[in-house]
Design a protein. Structure first.
Length: 250
């Protein structure tokens, strides 16, 4: 099922784009933008959920709960959950896009590795992933060079013999910016606030570790996805750039 639903569509989409333009790095970038376009309805849903949460936090009911149960965190969370249910709000909705990315990340990594098949055995395995309309004779061998990168290997720029993981650094920065700019405001003690804050801290580090360890084609996906998300939110007028200021709370 994983092969049918995730791997095969990704392998064939990347193959089709690559056959059209002849550059695997650009194919990954275009594929990422295509993913952002497909998941746009989820983004809109998330924005609407954020607006509902902001409206709820300004409501008299919410403020009354905060005041009444300020010394009883357990009761406060219970009452907040009731209010969330009444207003049909998912307090963890801001984490949804990150969770959706995981199968895409794993699938894309496997698709990149399979498309950059080097041995006859790997090429034979790739043949079984391709749809009939993909001409494997035009596909192989895939050019794995993009700018200074080997897309099949972790990226490094060597200066005086020291390897600097430039893409991993950019992944950490853009992931941090995305999380800071797009996380809905929350109040201390509310349901999901601590989890959201933890994800905003650890997710950039986790993504940076993946970029540091795995193929640079995956890092290219991370950066393109992060930048596209920020541009998408900014175009909708939903980005608060002040969140990037030091000491600014979510």
């Amino acid at each position: 099922m994983w092969e049918t639903i995730i791997i095969n569509p990704m392998v064939n989409t990347l193959s089709f784009i690559y056959n059209l333009i002849g550059n695997f790095g650009i194919a990954i970038i275009l594929f990422t933008l295509l993913i952002r376009l497909i998941t746009h309805p989820l983004t809109v849903q998330q924005i609407r959920g954020t607006q509902k949460m902001q409206e709820m936090q300004k409501s008299k009911e919410y403020q009354a709960i905060q005041k009444k149960y300020k010394d009883d965190k357990q009761k406060l969370q219970q009452e907040q959950m009731k209010l969330y249910q009444e207003m049909k709000i998912n307090p963890l909705g801001s984490c949804l896009p990150m969770l959706i990315q995981f199968p895409i990340i794993i699938g894309l990594y496997q698709a990149i590795i399979r498309l950059l098949a080097a041995t006859p055995l790997q090429q034979s395995q790739l043949f079984h992933n391709l749809y009939p309309f993909i001409d494997i004779s035009k596909l192989l061998p895939v050019n794995n060079q993009f700018l200074w990168m080997n897309l099949n290997q972790p990226e490094r720029i060597y200066i005086f013999g020291f390897g600097i993981p430039l893409l991993a650094i950019i992944v950490v920065i853009t992931t941090y910016m995305q999380s800071k700019l797009m996380t809905p405001p929350s109040q201390p003690g509310e349901q999901g606030a601590q989890m959201t804050q933890a994800m905003n801290l650890y997710m950039p580090l986790f993504m940076g570790y993946l970029a540091l360890t795995f193929a640079s084609g995956l890092s290219l996906y991370f950066i393109t996805s992060n930048v596209a998300s920020i541009v998408q939110y900014a175009a909708m007028g939903k980005v608060n750039w002040k969140n990037l200021l030091p000491g600014k709370k979510m």
